[in-house]
Design a protein around this ligand. Structure first.
Ligand code: EPZ
Length: 417
């Protein structure tokens, strides 16, 4: 178990290159299952969750190799339809194999992922939509047992906007017989990048990025070469770091059009943001103005940036109201932030954050991926030393975060515990 140690008080300056997006790479790697050849992916980040996904693909019979940020997946040998519990529990996005396995093998046996720190994380919307495509699904002994003849296109309405639910159905419908229409679909950039990759494989998907996506099923898909889009949440995390420390950071290789709500809200706090062909330059102001946020599905303010923004508001000059509308338990970081001096009150899904003049470093415990990042951010400005424990949460979604912050001038390092 490692911990990350931060001595607060340094202004961050310099350039940082944003890595490939975890939440774009996961569905695209899994979409290899839809082909019987070798797919090549570039800009794949080095993350725990990506390693878990590659292990799962190998478990299903695919041949996987990696050279730096280049990954090859040859799915021609895929013949096993089972995603076992010990792999799924480590990475709940493993449920994304359900749609492709049904489409490819007409059979899937995937462990139920169970909940996680931020919520129950049900997959009922995935399963209902797969049944509408003709799958027969039973839940037995903690597993989803699914089978079908050939999947058939259907009209599918999602009661709640679900990112991986939309992605699962896009992959299943791509090889289904006939046309599917997905309504109230997720509009995230990661959904769009999956649809674009599937179309490059020979699929016929229109409307990705809007709430209604039409998929005309095709008989087969061919292997593809694709590049993973930059991680908008990692980019947003560095923007928050520049704002917090009054720093000046140029973020290379990120796409500002994926960060509209985050950029707007940060500008309202007083941060200067300049978009140029080199990237986004972020300069923190002398003071931070309090701003309210309400997390929403894309293009609204992303729930994956809520914890990071809360740290910024904890040292702002007023009071901020933060509403979390996506997950039922995504304020776990509040108790840890309070321990380092933040003034935050939670009632239901709303946190009231009263800005304080300073935070004071202390040992804190990470609980989930984005909460860990918020604790590291807090350490960057807290007076004294902050130690973030259980950083395996962080390693699931950030590539060498402490090294990137150190290169920007932070006094931060990793220690073995
Ligand atoms: C994706 O999770 C992301 N993960 C999450 O990022 C992100 O926070 C989330 O979307 C919201 O943007 C990946 O893409 C791998 P949802 P996902 O289905 O798809 C409810 C991170 O930090 N729901 O969009 O699992 C659900 O409980 C992670 O990288 C159902 O009720 O989220 C939630 O309240 C954390 N039934 C809401 O919908 C279902 O069948 C949105 O969840 C599915 C979802």
């Amino acid at each position: 178990m490692d911990k990350i140690v931060v001595e607060g008080g340094r202004r961050l300056r310099g350039e940082v290159t944003v890595s490939g997006a975890k939440n774009a790479a996961l569905p695209i790697l899994v979409s290899s299952l839809l082909t019987d050849g070798c797919n090549t992916y570039r800009n794949v980040p080095h993350l725990q969750d990506i390693e878990s996904a590659l292990r799962l693909l190998a478990e299903l019979g695919a041949r996987v190799e990696r050279e730096g940020t280049l990954v090859r997946v040859d799915a021609s040998g895929v013949d096993r339809p089972e995603a076992p519990y010990d792999l799924v529990r480590k990475m709940r996005a493993s449920v994304l194999v359900l749609g492709p396995l049904l489409a490819r093998l007409c059979r899937a046996r995937v462990s139920l992922p169970g909940g996680c720190a931020i919520g129950a994380r049900p997959i009922n919307l995935h399963l209902t939509a797969l049944e509408m495509l003709g799958a027969r699904i039973e839940l037995q002994h903690g597993y989803v047992e699914a089978e079908c003849n050939r999947l058939k296109g259907a009209e599918i309405y999602f009661d709640t906007v679900t990112v991986t639910g939309t992605e699962n159905i896009l992959m299943a419908a791509a090889l289904a017989e006939g046309t599917s229409v997905l309504r109230n679909a997720a509009r995230e950039p990661e959904v769009v990048s999956l649809a674009e990759t599937l179309n490059a494989m020979g699929a016929d998907i229109r409307g990705a990025g809007t709430a209604t996506i039409t998929v005309n099923g095709v008989p087969r898909l061919h292997p593809v070469e694709a590049a993973i889009i930059p991680d908008r949440i990692e980019a947003g995390t560095f923007m928050a770091a520049a704002a917090l420390t009054g720093g000046d950071i140029l973020l290379r290789h990120c796409q500002p059009e994926h960060l509209g709500a985050v950029i707007d809200k940060l500008r309202m706090t007083g941060v200067a943001m300049e978009v140029s062909p080199e990237g986004i330059r972020v300069r923190g102001g002398e003071r931070i103005r309090s701003v309210d946020i309400r997390t929403q599905p894309y293009p609204g303010f992303p729930t994956d940036m809520q914890a990071q923004f809360m740290v910024l508001m904890s040292v702002a000059t007023g009071t901020s109201i933060i509403s979390e509308t996506i997950f039922e338990n995504r304020f776990i970081h509040v108790s840890e932030l309070r321990r380092i001096g933040a003034d935050i009150t939670v009632i239901g899904n709303t946190a009231t954050v009263k800005g304080v003049s300073m935070l004071s470093g202390a040992p804190v415990m990470a609980s989930d991926l984005r909460a860990s990042a918020s604790l590291v951010l807090a350490g960057l400005i807290a007076v004294g030393r902050t130690e973030v424990h259980r950083v395996y949460h962080l390693d699931r979604g950030y590539e060498a975060l402490e090294e990137k912050f150190a290169r920007l001038g932070a006094a931060i390092w990793r220690e073995k515990v």
